[in-house]
Design a protein around this ligand. Structure first.
Ligand code: ADP
Ligand code: ZN
Ligand code: ZN
Length: 729
C-alpha cells in the first residue's frame, strides 16, 4: 500500500494522508482528487510515504491523480514550503494561493486545451437582422462573433449577464460551434534578437560586468541608482546575458498596470523573446495560460507583480526586483509574504543572482549592502539631464491660497508661459479629508472605521477610503442641526478647483484613483500629457511611479509634512522614497526640472538630505537611529494581529497569547497588546501584539512553537493572524 500526503486548501497546518495504488514519485507536485469530509477536494501531492499515522480503518483512498495539468516541480514546492514555514501559514493554503484559480478547482482540465466558440458555415451565412429584435443579446453575441471569428467564454460572459444562455441558443441553432485548442501554442518561436541599445556609461557597465560575472551562483546585488540613472538599461544588459545562456528571467515590479513603459521597453529590446506579464488584472484563463507558458519554459521572461514570485520557471537564471523598497511588494493579508524577501530565498535555492533595484533602497536592503551581505552597485549620475533642483517653500506664517503658496503659483504661471507642464502632487484624493460643523465641531466620521469620511464634491457624497462606505452630504449637522458645514483640509479635487479659478485658461488634468477608475481612462490621459494637451497635472502617488513625461518640468508638493511626524517607524524612509519618486518626474527632457516642496519645516534633516540628493547619508543616519532604538533591521519582528467586534475582546485574547508566548521563550521580547494604528476597520476592532528578537532564527523557532500552541486552542473569540516582518503597524 502506498500513502500519498496531500496539501489541501484548508487553514490547518498539516498534510492529509490518503491511500493510493496509482501514484508514483513522478506525481509529486501533481493535482489529486481526494474525498474530504462529504465533498471531493482538489489537492497537491507533496510526499509519498510507506506508512501513515492515521489508523488503517480511517485512512481513505484518493480518487484520482490528475495528470492533465502541469505539475509543480520539487524546486517550486521547496519555495512554497519555505514560505509556509517562514510566514507560519498552512502549507496547503500556501500552495493553493500560489496556483492559478483554474488549477484550484476540483475538476479536470481538458487535455491542456482551452475552449472557444466560433461561427459555423451556417452561422456565417445568417444575417444578424434575421434574429428577432427582442433578442438583443443574441444579436450582440452573433455580431461580435462575426467581427472576431472566435471568442472565449469570458469575453462572451462580459457582453451581458444573459450572454451565455444566448450562446447556448446559437449553438442549438447550429450557428456556433465549440472548439478546443491546445494551450501551448501562442508563443512565438524562441529566438534571440537584441535591438540597438545606447552605449553604457562607465557606472552602468561596471554594474553589468559585476552581475555577469556571477550568473552561475547565488549572489544578491543592490542596484542603487538615482532616478533617471539608467537602472533599466542595466537590467536589460543583464537579461541579455541570461537569455543568451538559454535561461529564463523573472522581473518583479510593484504595480504593473502603472508601468506599461517597462513592459514595452523590455519587449522592444528583445522582440523575438516570448514574454508574459502576470498581475491581478488578468482573467482566469489568461493567468492560467501564462503560468503554463512560464512553466513549460515557453515564456523566457516573466514580468509580474508580487504573486509572480511563485511562478514555476524551470530554467530560471536571474531575478530582478525593481523598486524593491515599495511596500506593495508585501502582501497584507492571508499569506503575508514579502515578494522581495522570497525572491532572495528563491535565488538562493536556485543558485542564481538577484538584482534589487531602487533609487531609495529599503533600509533592510541598504543595511545588507553596507554590511557586505549584498553587493552594492551604485549609479550616481542622471543620464543626459541635470538632476532637478529641489527647494523647500516655507509655509510657516504664510497666507496660502487654498493650500497653495504664492511661490508655487508663480512658478506654475511661469511654466505655463513657457508652454511647459507642471505637476501638483498631493497625496489625498477627494475634495477635502473631512467635513466639519462650525458650530459644534462635529466631524464626518465613518461609523465603521476610525477614519473620517472624505468629501467628494463631484459626486456630492462622503466616502470612506478604508471600507468603501458612502453617504450623502448632510444638509445640516447631525449633532446640532446647524447648517454651516464646511470642508477642512485639501484633496485633489479642491486643489483642482483652486487652480481652475486661478488659471482659467490653463488645461488642467486631475489624476487619482477616482479619475482613472474607468478602463482606458489612464492610457488616454497619458496620451494627452505626452501630446502636450495638458498644462497642469494634479496627481496622487499614482503619478509618482515610473512615468517619463518629457515636457513636465515643475513639480509642486503639498502636504508632505503630514507624513513627516508620523509615529510609524518607516515613515521617514517612505516619505523620502515618495518624494524622490515625485521629484524624479521633473525634467526628463532637455530642461532641468524644478521641485518645490511646501513645508513648515524646511530645515528638517529629511528635506535637507533630499535637497542634497544624498540618500546614502540619510539612510546611514536612519540606520544609526534604528540601531540605537533597537528597531529593524537590527531586530526581527512579528506581529500577532487580532480582531473582534469589540476591541476588548481582541486585547484580552492578545493578553492571553502574550502570557503563553512569554512562557515559551526568554530570548524573544513580547510587548503588551495595543490597539492597532487604525482601531476600527469596516466594523471590526483590531489590536496587535509585537514579538521581537535579535536573532531571526530564535524568533522563527519561537513563532513556530507559539503558533502551534495558539492553533491548538479551542476556537478563540478573536480572529487572529501572524504577520512576520510586518511593514504596517
Ligand atoms: P531609472 O530606471 O534609473 O530611473 P531609466 O532606466 O529610466 O532610469 O533611464 C533614464 C533614461 O536614460 C531612459 O530614457 C533611458 O533610455 C536612458 N538611458 C539609459 N542608459 C543610457 C545610456 N547609457 N545612454 C543614453 N541613454 C540612456
Ligand atoms: Zn454641529
Ligand atoms: Zn469606513
Amino acid at each position: 500500500m502506498k500513502i500519498v500526503r496531500v496539501a489541501l486548501d484548508v487553514p490547518v497546518n498539516t498534510l492529509f494522508d490518503y491511500r493510493s495504488d496509482d501514484v508514483h514519485a513522478g506525481d509529486i507536485g501533481r493535482r489529486i482528487l481526494v474525498p474530504f469530509g462529504r465533498k471531493t477536494a482538489m489537492g497537491i501531492v507533496v510526499e509519498l510515504a510507506a506508512a501513515s499515522d492515521v489508523p488503517p480503518d480511517r485512512l481513505k483512498s484518493a480518487l484520482r491523480v490528475l495528470r492533465d495539468a502541469p505539475v509543480l516541480s520539487s524546486v517550486d514546492l521547496n519555495l512554497l514550503k519555505f514560505a509556509a514555514a517562514y510566514y507560519h501559514h498552512a502549507l496547503g493554503a500556501t500552495v493553493m494561493s500560489a496556483l492559478p484559480a483554474r488549477l484550484r478547482r476540483a475538476d479536470a482540465l481538458r487535455a491542456n486545451s482551452t475552449v472557444s466558440f466560433a461561427l459555423t458555415a451556417a452561422g456565417e451565412a445568417v444575417a444578424i437582422d434575421s434574429l428577432p429584435a427582442r433578442a438583443p443579446v443574441r444579436r450582440r453575441v452573433l455580431g461580435l462573433l462575426k467581427e472576431r471569428r472566435a471568442l472565449d467564454q469570458a469575453t462572451i460572459r462580459n457582453i451581458a449577464p444573459t450572454a451565455l444562455s444566448a450562446l447556448k441558443q446559437l449553438i442549438a441553432q447550429g450557428w456556433v460551434t465549440r472548439r478546443e485548442t491546445p494551450v501551448r501554442s501562442a508563443q512565438a518561436p524562441i529566438g534571440h534578437v537584441t535591438t540597438r541599445s545606447p552605449r553604457l556609461t562607465s557606472e552602468q557597465s561596471a554594474a553589468v560586468q559585476a552581475i555577469r560575472l556571477h550568473l552561475a551562483e547565488f549572489k544578491p546585488f543592490v542596484l542603487f541608482g538615482v532616478t533617471g540613472s539608467g537602472k533599466t538599461e542595466v537590467y536589460l544588459h543583464a537579461i541579455d546575458g541570461v537569455l543568451r545562456s538559454g535561461r529564463q528571467i523573472l522581473l518583479l515590479v510593484p504595480e504593473i498596470a502603472l508601468t506599461p513603459q517597462l513592459e514595452a521597453t523590455v519587449r522592444n529590446r528583445f522582440p523575438a523573446t516570448p514574454l508574459v506579464t502576470l498581475h491581478s488584472g488578468l482573467n482566469e484563463r489568461e493567468r492560467f495560460e501564462r503560468w503554463v507558458a512560464a512553466q513549460a519554459g515557453d515564456a523566457r521572461i516573466v514580468l509580474g507583480t508580487r504573486l509572480a514570485v511563485f511562478t514555476p520557471m524551470p530554467q530560471l537564471g536571474l531575478i530582478i526586483v525593481d523598486e524593491e523598497h515599495d511596500a506593495s511588494l508585501k502582501q497584507s493579508e492571508g499569506l503575508r509574504y514579502s515578494a522581495r524577501d522570497l525572491a532572495v530565498v528563491r535565488a538562493r535555492q536556485r543558485k542564481i543572482p538577484i538584482v534589487l533595484g531602487s533609487a531609495t533602497p529599503a533600509l533592510e536592503t541598504y543595511y545588507n549592502a553596507v554590511s557586505g551581505r549584498y553587493q552594492l552597485l551604485t549609479l550616481t549620475q542622471r543620464i543626459n539631464v541635470a538632476p532637478p533642483c529641489i527647494e523647500c517653500v516655507s509655509t510657516r506664517g504664510q497666507q496660502l491660497v487654498d493650500g497653495l503658496s504664492l511661490q508655487l503659483l508663480e512658478a506654475i504661471a511661469a511654466r505655463i508661459e513657457r508652454k511647459e507642464q507642471s505637476l501638483v502632487f498631493i497625496n489625498r484624493r477627494g475634495f477635502a479629508p473631512v467635513l466639519v460643523c462650525r458650530a459644534c465641531g462635529w466631524l464626518s466620521g465613518c461609523h465603521r472605521c476610525s477614519a473620517n469620511l472624505v468629501l467628494h464634491l463631484h459626486e456630492r457624497r462622503l466616502h470612506c477610503h478604508h471600507c468603501g462606505h458612502q453617504a450623502p452630504i448632510p444638509a445640516a449637522c447631525p449633532e446640532c442641526g446647524n447648517q454651516d458645514l464646511g470642508p477642512v483640509g485639501h484633496g485633489t479635487q479642491r486643489i483642482e478647483a483652486a487652480l481652475r479659478r486661478r488659471f482659467p485658461q490653463a488645461r488642467i488634468l486631475r489624476i487619482d484613483r477616482d479619475s482613472t477608475r474607468r478602463k482606458l481612462a489612464w492610457p488616454t490621459m497619458r496620451r494627452q500629457i505626452e501630446e502636450r494637451e495638458v498644462d497642469i497635472l494634479i496627481g496622487t502617488q499614482i503619478l509618482a511611479k515610473g512615468h517619463d513625461f518629457v515636457h513636465l518640468n515643475l513639480v509642486g508638493v503639498i502636504n508632505a509634512d503630514s507624513l513627516l511626524y508620523n509615529t510609524d517607524l518607516r515613515a521617514s524612509e517612505r516619505l523620502y522614497a515618495l518624494l524622490t519618486q515625485v521629484a524624479g518626474r521633473a525634467g526628463r527632457g532637455d530642461t532641468p526640472g524644478e521641485v518645490l516642496i511646501q513645508t513648515e519645516f524646511p530645515n528638517h534633516p529629511l528635506y535637507l538630505a533630499l535637497r542634497r540628493r544624498d540618500y546614502a547619508s540619510f539612510a546611514r543616519s536612519l540606520l544609526e537611529e534604528r540601531r540605537q532604538a533597537g528597531f529593524p533591521p537590527f531586530v526581527h519582528q512579528a506581529l500577532l494581529r487580532a480582531e473582534a467586534p469589540k476591541i476588548d475582546t481582541a486585547l484580552t485574547y492578545l493578553a492571553r497569547a502574550a502570557r503563553i508566548g512569554r512562557a515559551l521563550s526568554r530570548q524573544v521580547t513580547i510587548y503588551d497588546p495595543v490597539p492597532a494604528g487604525m482601531v476600527r476597520l469596516a466594523g471590526r476592532e483590531r489590536a496587535q501584539l509585537l514579538a521581537q528578537a535579535e536573532s531571526r532564527a530564535r524568533l522563527q523557532e519561537f513563532l513556530a512553537a507559539w503558533h502551534a500552541k495558539l492553533s491548538a486552542e479551542p476556537s478563540s473569540p478573536a480572529r487572529w493572524s501572524l504577520d512576520v516582518d510586518p511593514l504596517e503597524f
